[in-house]
Design a protein around this ligand. Structure first.
Ligand SMILES: [Zn+2]
Length: 759
């Protein structure tokens, strides 16, 4: 917004000055250096200062603060558009809503909406904070737009309402920036920080787009997606250094079967057009149809909400420190070879120096290509968006390969009412309409509704396709995990209905978010709990802390030095090891980190843990960390999958059936109608001494254990233990062969954690 310079007038009140707009500030005028300068990263205060100055100086910008981040920083969005559009934002938002939802328009509205509507584009950056070009590119994009000094820029401003989120993790801008500034000129320059760059989730902050456990995702969904439902979303990321210089969609297979193919086709078309433009502008190393797939809704909210998702992944340097990439280091990536010209990698990059300036240039160039392209075809984009809205309300979704019920029915009578309410809250938070049956007794989620396909994706069981690298070859690794079935994860019974919908109310207002509580632990724990934290930051440690914090369960973080110093038993009853590679736990960080961060638990820590358990303590381990406990405590338990090849067994993130020993104290709190373990490159246990160890949970003795996702070689799990309780001296080791609190979502198995603590 333009502000008028009236400071002198305000002081005296007597002298009339001619009103003058302030000049539009450049990013360099705020930062003190050009974005893309080697070894320079901005603080979050500098980024927000730039956007505040832009808001003050330009009629093309309105900056809003959406709330506060996990660690209390302001979370901002800049609306950028023609001043006439900005003056009528609510008018354009209502048009967008009418285009989205055929129930809000009549046939006679069509032409007016298509001619008056604007392209609503959301650009989000630097959710991953070590992808530091993303701290700067939004400033370059904003500057280029706001100056409006070319016909192209003016056309973009006229046709488009841009919502620019300069960082989806402002805390991380400072966590990574502070670490970087403290290490420039030392051997650790350019290294990853020794803590998670999002307080709870680290890199997994981009795996939370249907569970909404974190405040940052909630702000974007509540304040931008829900009111505006953008038709085009550009998410700015970075990838490794030795492949292409940038990835742009099309994505690789597989495609989540509930996504409307109009969105897949328009994502493909826009991505290819962007690559075309970038190459015409002289950029090389542009890869498409590579590396990233179109499966999990956990990281692609827009593709499940009527918006294309243009992920860009630019090659990284060492944070803001330049690197040299000799041509011989360029190699194969998934879907192309960076040394070979091919249809989806038409212009090779020759290798050489690669800098933060290159990263910013590629990121800004890609976003500009996207904005320019959609402005050119505004009407076609709006027609396409309208068609997706019409098709969502149709009675079936003929494109999907999975069965389409008319509704999902969720009975109110459930054993875990907290999980039921969280399921309803989670669906509604993702813009799903939830009704109540008449007479009352069930929630009803029709599939014919604006976001019915999204609801279906989350409520059904996934059948991930059997993809291999080549015929007879190893399984083709998915980009992320393969299952997202909320009824299994949450432990809630959900039924389906076909044909006519049951009698039901109008959509319910948003149910209040249920409080997380754990009987016997929330507020006051009878056990002194420690959670191990490695300097080789583990996301699962962050998720574990999150789970304890939201449930208000007291705990203390245990670092390497405390573990090594011994006398653990006098401070703790229970020590939890979140999922982490056993070698990392043992050895920790090495060079180039400073001595104070190096070394891991080491032999001294191992001895002290052994004494802790012998002396009556409980050691609880999740997933991979269980192998650490097996070796350090010399347990009578073996991981039968330890040396199995992926051709023979593969499960990269799936839900497996488990059976429980319901009489065991650890299992007594379980209520899930279908107990489901989150299995992700997990161990499976054989007990070699049944006098010392007992299986609390096991995989079915026969049949396919897979409930949702992808599993090859499932027979290897039959009869194996999934959760083992081992007596060690006067204490216990409790080994989870899965992730019982996976990304804050697997509520169905969380009671096993509480059972293990209170054992
Ligand atoms: Zn990323």
């Amino acid at each position: 917004m333009r502000r008028i310079v009236v400071a002198a007038l305000a002081l005296s009140g007597a002298v009339a000055l001619h009103a003058q707009p302030s000049p539009v500030p450049t990013p360099a005028s705020i930062l003190g250096w050009e974005p893309g300068t080697d070894r320079k990263l901005p603080t979050w205060a500098q980024v927000t200062a730039y956007f505040a100055a832009l808001d003050a100086a330009s009629p093309h910008v309105q900056v809003r603060t959406l709330g506060r981040t996990t660690l209390g920083r302001p979370f901002i969005v800049a609306f950028i558009s023609d001043s006439a559009n900005l003056a009528n934002l609510e008018h354009y938002r209502l048009i967008q809503n009418q285009l989205l939802d055929p129930r809000k328009r009549s046939a006679g509205d069509r032409e007016r909406l298509l001619s008056e509507g604007r392209n609503v584009v959301l650009i989000t950056s630097s959710i991953h904070s070590t992808e530091v070009g993303g701290f700067l590119s939004p400033l370059v994009i904003a500057d280029r737009l706001v100056r409006g000094d070319t016909p192209e820029a003016r056309d973009i401003l006229k046709q488009t309402i841009v919502m620019l989120v300069p960082s989806q993790n402002p805390d991380g801008v400072d966590i990574v920036g502070d670490w970087y500034r403290s290490t420039v000129g030392t051997p650790a320059e350019g290294s990853q920080p020794p803590v998670l760059y999002h307080h709870y989730t680290g890199h997994d902050n981009n795996r939370d787009w249907y569970a909404f456990t974190q405040v940052e995702q909630r702000m974007v969904v509540d304040s931008l997606y829900a009111p505006w439902t953008p038709a085009i979303v550009n998410d700015i990321h970075q990838q490794g250094a030795n492949g292409g210089r940038i990835f742009i969609p099309p994505y690789m297979d597989p495609v989540e079967p509930n996504i409307d193919p109009i969105l897949t086709a328009s994502t493909n078309a826009l991505g290819m057009a962007m690559g075309w433009r970038m190459m015409a502008d002289g950029k090389t190393g542009v890869a498409t149809n590579a590396s990233y797939d179109q499966w999990s809704p956990a990281r692609q909210y827009s593709l499940n909400h009527h918006g294309v998702r243009i992920l860009t992944e630019t090659a990284s340097a060492r944070l803001a420190t330049p690197i040299d990439v000799p041509p011989e280091l360029l190699g194969t990536a998934r879907g192309y070879d960076a040394r070979v010209t091919s249809w989806n990698f038409p212009a090779r990059w020759p290798g050489g120096r690669w800098t933060i300036g290159d990263i910013v240039s590629y990121q800004a160039s890609a976003s500009w290509a996207m904005l320019s392209q959609v402005a050119r075809d505004r009407r076609q984009w709006l027609e396409s968006y309208m068609a997706i809205g019409d098709r969502a309300l149709a009675a079936d979704h003929p494109w999907t390969t999975t069965d389409v019920p008319s509704a999902f029915v969720i009975p109110r009578a459930q054993r875990d009412t907290q999980a039921l309410q969280r399921l309803i809250w989670t669906l509604q938070h993702g813009q799903v309409e939830v009704h109540e049956s008449v007479p009352a007794g069930s929630y009803v989620v029709p599939t014919a509704q604006p976001f019915g396909s999204y609801a279906k994706a989350l409520l059904e069981r996934q059948q991930y396709p059997n993809l291999s690298e080549y015929p007879g070859g190893p399984p083709k690794r998915p980009y992320d995990v393969t299952a997202h079935t909320l009824p299994l994860l949450f432990g809630v019974t959900v039924e389906t209905t076909r044909g006519a919908l049951p009698p039901m109310t109008t959509p319910l207002p948003q149910v209040p978010e249920p409080k997380f509580t754990v009987a016997g632990l929330s507020g006051k724990s009878p056990k002194r709990i420690g959670i191990y934290r490695s300097y080789g930051a583990s996301m699962d440690e962050g998720w574990t802390r999150w789970l304890f914090d939201v449930n208000r369960i007291p705990y203390k973080t245990v670092l390497d030095a405390e573990l090594r110093s011994g006398k653990l038993r006098s401070h703790f009853d229970v020590i939890i090891f979140p999922e982490q590679n056993p070698v990392q736990i043992r050895r920790g960080l090495g060079a180039p980190y400073p001595d104070s961060l190096r070394g891991g638990i080491g032999d001294a820590g191992a001895a002290s843990l052994k004494a802790f358990v012998q002396d009556g303590g409980t050691m609880i381990t999740f997933n991979d960390a269980s192998e650490y406990a097996i070796s350090v405590l010399d347990l009578p338990v073996k991981n039968v999958l330890a040396s199995v090849r992926s051709n023979d067994f593969y499960a990269p993130g799936s839900l497996m059936a488990i059976t429980l020993d319901a009489t065991h104290p650890i299992a007594k709190r379980m209520t899930a109608p279908v107990p489901a373990a989150w299995f992700e490159d997990s161990p499976a246990f054989e007990i070699t001494d049944t006098t010392r160890a007992v299986a609390v949970a096991a995989y079915p003795s026969a049949g396919d254990p897979l409930l949702s996702g992808w599993l090859l070689g499932g027979a290897k799990l039959n009869g194996r233990a999934a959760l083992v309780d081992v007596s060690v001296g006067r204490g216990h080791a409790i080994l989870f062969g899965f992730r019982p609190q996976y990304r804050g979502q697997s509520m169905n198995t969380q009671p096993l954690i509480w059972g293990a603590i209170l054992r």
